[in-house]
Write a new protein. Structure first.
Length: 255
């Protein structure tokens, strides 16, 4: 059976590891020293490195780890120079015996950003965060919207593993700006209390679930056609769901 664990690095990054007994794959390793130490302590054998996108805080450990362990690197077009295998949407990665991972193209944060999916787990890099979504760098807001829409079509029990611990910041944004598309601010405030306590006790607020994000995350809610077609979410007058998504993303950029 697969297990998932994380190495906390930099200020708020998580490197996710998927373990099948003593074999493991690693997603977005940004620090070779912490990874080698972790693998040694837990007697793990690294079998592959998976990359979601080209930003330094996701790839800065890749070259060193590739040299030390001689393992294949799977990544999108934008990390071509590091990849043994340049992957694209719907490719299947088969490195942990019967446990296969499907590549989901998720552009928006960057042009060729990908996620890795093995039901019910999704490693989504900087596309979706708990209560938020990634910034737009060299892609477009429309791509980000479509990528979140794609994630939102997965089953509600999907467990989501973003790369950053941004939950409190995102909940602060929602609460400060009174963004309650489902009129459920009491739930959002209650959830912030829970997450604050977790962080205080050094417990990650991640992974999250699609079920929870549909309740607290306004970016996911904007992509939910069931919500807006049935007028379950309250969009400001004159704005459609994409306008509001764009408005929220712009507002968050300066929060
Ligand atoms: Zn990034």
């Amino acid at each position: 059976m697969l297990k998932i664990t994380a190495i906390h690095t930099l200020v708020d990054n998580y490197i996710w590891l998927v373990l099948n007994n003593n074999k493991c794959l690693i997603i977005d390793p940004n620090n070779e020293l912490l990874v080698t130490k972790f693998l040694r302590i837990h007697k793990l054998q690294l079998v592959a490195i998976l990359i979601t996108h080209s930003h330094d805080d996701h790839i800065s450990g890749v070259s060193a780890l590739k040299n030390i362990y001689q393992v294949p690197v799977y990544g999108p077009k934008e990390t071509n120079y590091l990849n043994n295998y340049t992957i694209k949407n719907d490719d299947v990665i088969n490195v942990l015996q019967q446990y296969k991972f499907t590549v989901l193209s998720l552009p928006g944060h960057t042009k060729y950003h990908v996620g890795y999916y093995h039901y019910p787990w999704l490693f989504c890099g900087d596309t979706l965060f708990s209560a938020g979504c990634g910034r737009i760098f060299n892609s477009s807001i429309k791509n980000m919207f479509n990528s979140l829409n794609k994630i939102n079509k997965l089953p509600s029990n999907t467990i989501i593993f973003p790369s950053h611990e941004y939950t409190i910041k995102n909940l602060n944004f929602i609460i400060t700006n009174n963004i309650t598309l489902l009129s459920n601010m009491f739930i959002i405030k209650y959830y912030r209390r829970i997450v604050k306590r977790m962080i205080l006790n050094k417990i990650p607020s991640l992974p999250t679930s699609l079920y929870l994000e549909r309740i607290i995350n306004p970016f996911i809610q904007c992509t939910n056609s069931f919500y807006y077609k049935n007028k379950l979410i309250k969009l400001p007058q004159g704005m459609n769901n994409f306008d509001y998504f764009k408005y929220l993303r712009n507002k968050k950029d300066t929060f």
